[in-house]
Design a protein around this ligand. Structure first.
Ligand SMILES: [Zn+2]
Ligand SMILES: [Zn+2]
Length: 53
C-alpha cells in the first residue's frame, strides 16, 4: 500500500480518510495543520474524519 499523496511505501501506521484515500501519518499531519483538504479529491478533512487503520 502506498500513500496517495507522496506515493511512498507505507510502513507502519497509515491513515485512512473518510473520502477513501490512504495517507502516511506525515501527510495527514501536514494536511490537518494546513487547509485540511485531501490532496487527491479536495474534500475537506477534519481530525474526526481521519481514522487510524
Ligand atoms: Zn505521504
Ligand atoms: Zn480524498
Amino acid at each position: 500500500m502506498k500513500c496517495n499523496a507522496c506515493w511512498r511505501e507505507l510502513e507502519g501506521q497509515a491513515i485512512t480518510t473518510t473520502c477513501g484515500h490512504v495517507l502516511c501519518t506525515e501527510d495527514a499531519k501536514k494536511i490537518l495543520s494546513n487547509d485540511g483538504a485531501c490532496p487527491i479529491c479536495d474534500q475537506v478533512l477534519s481530525k474526526r474524519s481521519v481514522i487510524n487503520s
